[in-house]
Design a protein around this ligand. Structure first.
Ligand SMILES: Cc1cc2nc3c(=O)[nH]c(=O)nc-3n(C[C@H](O)[C@H](O)[C@H](O)COP(=O)(O)OP(=O)(O)OC[C@H]3O[C@@H](n4cnc5c(N)ncnc54)[C@H](O)[C@@H]3O)c2cc1C
Ligand SMILES: C[S@@+](CC[C@H](N)C(=O)[O-])C[C@H]1O[C@@H](n2cnc3c(N)ncnc32)[C@H](O)[C@@H]1O
Length: 657
């Protein structure tokens, strides 16, 4: 019972039967799936509640796959909007009601989002049959217009649920119906338990051919509909930030086997796509992604809500990836032990205060005083801090290797080491890649080679900056071995793993050198001593292998570049600058990038590449459109165009501005 709405989530006697009748049968899902010609099918629902409709649809899909093994439909997506998400405990209690859904309910309970921040939470379930669930937390009126659409419309069937219109009039608005129409594919179906006249009229007005049908049980009527209206013309913003996918059956080459390339490969093979991964080194994760202990926590910046949103979802998704791997007995060394972000000077105090006052959920972050921080850390500290209870560290190298192993198990991935891409050109059917003495052809290519992308003439003007970083490995001491949380200050210090801690990291722009440098090791140690002048850090000594140096790929606005590679020659042309309001921004067809992860890629690349995989497959993308625009590779120039500023800036001018 939802007391706020004076209505029930479902009927205890026959809720499951009602869900099946109203939403599955009356949407004619079986027939529609049998006639469906493409791999992906999208159901969208208003009001996730206990997830009963979702579980019933998932179970129905399993039965459908058993009886229709040759179906074209291999990827079912379920999008649901929920303003007041149930706690895990309440959800678990409610689902006990349905023992026949237990196999599915247990999975939902295992992966149900813990940190309920607003926006889209994606869960990619593998068992018993694959399904992708996107729970959009927040009012449906706010989130519906933020769902990234695809050309031709995203949604194939609507489950129009939510409490009864009489109990919840705020939800059943014309704005809701208009939003549904925008997202609907041609002939999208609709079913709802209500037969209210204003709902029927409202749906008809936006293009749903809507009729009454026999209601469930003793209920007289309900509504069903089909979307008949053509989709609206593209707005300027959707043109500037348009995204392209690939065609069914096409393959993809990925350049670079760091966390970005490998995560993308995994996301694509899970979708049944053939992937060839090329890496110049003799193994994966030998460059930036090869650290022993990378800190995993979200970048929060209350004054930049899109930054906070992107990194919160990336952080949640990182947890999910490791949990999904563990479910396949693929373990990655990590410890989500918690992380303290120290307020060690005036600037960091102000920053922490800003975050503390921003109203984030307590299981994401909360402020602690000096005594509590010390108690949590296991060593005495000089400052108050922010505490991220679910943050921690991960063995980055092992993370890459394990994701790669999972991807290889699909049989769809071929990995080619010691293959260095020197140039590429486009031809009719795709791309020709020059890899040492070999030339390979692929339909599409994704560059995941970090700052090395600047070596290609087509990309040398991209506004990305190589930044050298050196982490030091230090031997633990009796005092320091008590450190049980990751400490973040100007640098970071991890709890011991196999008797050693990681302390880092230097940050030197435009330095491509990779040798270990004594002065940087010293400055890593100096930073912690200066910030926390405590006895436990006086005797620190470098380990036998004293550290690692690598190059980050930084972008000024902290967002990576995810999407099509801009064709900068055409972009800077007079012709485009005259026509930019009428044509899509120029890109290289079939050429994509996933680069620019700065100091956060271990945490953010799995999510960012999931966004790209969804784009490539024309599927629902789990991020608000306005935030998705922030990772669009054209954003730098789009912003200038919209502000009527001249475009003809090259990379150096961009950087120095
Ligand atoms: C010192 C340091 C500390 C860091 N600490 C953290 C942290 O605590 N937490 C965190 O989240 N992030 C951290 N980062 C950032 C994180 O490591 C990076 O953002 C991330 O590893 C980038 O992954 P990537 O796949 O884009 O790049 P990389 O891991 O560098 O992978 C790129 C790959 O492309 C290959 N390649 C390049 N050119 C070619 C070519 N022409 N042909 C074929 N292959 C090619 C390279 O060999 C490489 O394997 C740190 C980075 C550094 C340097
Ligand atoms: C009857 S329950 C949905 C039952 C659910 N479909 C199921 O299968 O368990 C209605 C849900 O709609 C949610 N809701 C109500 N108004 C909303 C709104 N404006 N935006 C998003 N969700 C809303 C409620 O919080 C509640 O969880």
């Amino acid at each position: 019972m939802a007391t706020d709405y004076d209505d029930v989530y479902f009927s205890v006697d026959n809720g499951l039967a009602e869900s099946r009748y109203v939403f599955i049968e009356q949407n004619q899902l079986t027939e529609r799936w049998q006639n469906h010609q493409t791999a992906s099918y999208v159901i969208a629902e208003t009001g996730f509640g206990t997830g009963l409709n979702f579980l019933a649809a998932w179970q129905h899909y399993q039965q459908f796959l058993e009886t229709n093994p040759d179906t074209a439909l291999t990827r079912l997506h379920f999008i649901s909007f929920e303003k007041h998400p149930l706690s895990l405990n309440d959800l678990s209690q409610a689902l006990k009601q349905w023992p026949e859904l237990k196999e599915f309910g247990d999975q939902l309970i295992a992966f149900y989002p813990q940190i309920m921040t607003p926006g889209c939470h994606r869960i990619a379930f593998h068992h018993p049959v694959p399904i992708t669930l996107d729970i959009w937390i927040g009012d449906v009126h706010h989130n519906l217009p933020e769902v990234p659409n695809i050309s031709g419309g995203l949604v194939n069937s609507w489950f129009l649920d939510g409490f009864a219109p009489s109990k919840n009039p705020d939800m059943w608005t014309q704005k809701l119906f208009e939003g549904m129409a925008v997202l609907s594919a041609e002939d999208a179906s609709l079913a709802t338990f209500t037969a209210a006249g204003f709902v029927r009229r409202g749906l008809i007005e936006v293009g749903f051919d809507t009729q009454k049908a026999k209601g469930f049980g003793r209920k007289r009527d309900m509504l069903v509909g089909r979307f008949k209206q053509q989709t609206a013309p593209q707005s300027l913003n959707s043109r500037l930030y348009s995204r392209k996918g690939i065609r069914a059956g096409e393959d993809i080459a990925i350049i670079g086997a760091g966390i970005a390339g490998v995560s993308l490969a995994y996301a694509l093979v899970k979708r049944g796509i053939n992937v060839s991964l090329y890496e110049k080194n003799s193994a994966a994760a030998l460059e930036a992604s090869g650290n022993r202990q990378g800190a995993v926590y979200p970048l929060l910046s209350p004054n930049q809500p899109h930054v906070s949103e992107f990194f919160q979802h990336a952080f949640n998704y990182h947890h999910q990836v490791l949990a999904q791997l563990a479910q396949q007995q693929l373990e990655v060394e990590h410890d989500y032990c918690g992380l303290l972000q120290l307020a060690y000077n005036e600037k960091s105090q102000a920053k922490n205060l800003n975050i503390a006052q921003a109203g984030y959920p307590k299981n994401l972050v909360y402020p602690v005083d000096k005594a509590t921080a010390s108690e949590l850390a296991g060593v005495s500290l000089d400052d108050e801090a922010l505490f991220y209870p679910h943050a921690g560290w991960v063995n980055a190298k092992q993370c890459v290797q394990t994701i790669l192993k999972a991807a290889e198990q699909s049989g769809l991935l071929s990995v080619h080491y010691e293959h260095e891409l020197s140039e590429f050109e486009l031809e009719n059917k795709g791309c020709r890649l020059h890899l040492g003495s070999q030339v390979k052809q692929h339909n599409n290519i994704v560059f995941c080679q970090s700052h090395h992308l600047l070596n290609l003439p087509q990309a040398e003007q991209l506004p990305i900056t190589p930044v050298r970083g050196q982490v030091s490995h230090i031997e633990t001491t009796p005092q320091l071995s008590k450190l049980s949380k990751v400490l973040c200050y100007e640098g970071y210090l991890t709890p011991a793993n196999q008797q050693q801690h990681c302390i880092g990291a230097s940050y030197i722009r435009n330095d491509l050198s990779l040798e270990l440098k004594a002065n940087e090791a010293k400055s890593n140690l100096k930073a912690i001593r200066k910030c926390q002048p405590q006895p436990w850090n006086e005797q620190l000594k470098l380990a036998n292998i004293p550290g690692r140096a690598a190059t980050r790929c930084a972008v000024r606005d902290h967002f990576p570049l995810i999407g099509q590679l801009p064709n900068l020659e055409q972009l800077f042309s007079e012709q485009y600058q005259q026509q930019w309001q009428e044509v899509n921004p120029p890109s290289y067809g079939g050429v994509f990038v996933a680069i620019g992860f700065g100091s956060r890629g271990i945490c953010s690349a799995p999510f960012a590449t999931e966004l790209l995989a969804a784009q490539l497959c024309n599927e629902p993308i789990p991020l608000k459109q306005s935030t998705l625009n922030c990772v669009h590779p054209h954003r730098f120039w789009n912003r200038r165009l919209v502000k009527n500023r001249p475009l003809a800036l090259n990379y150096r001018e961009f950087k120095n501005r």
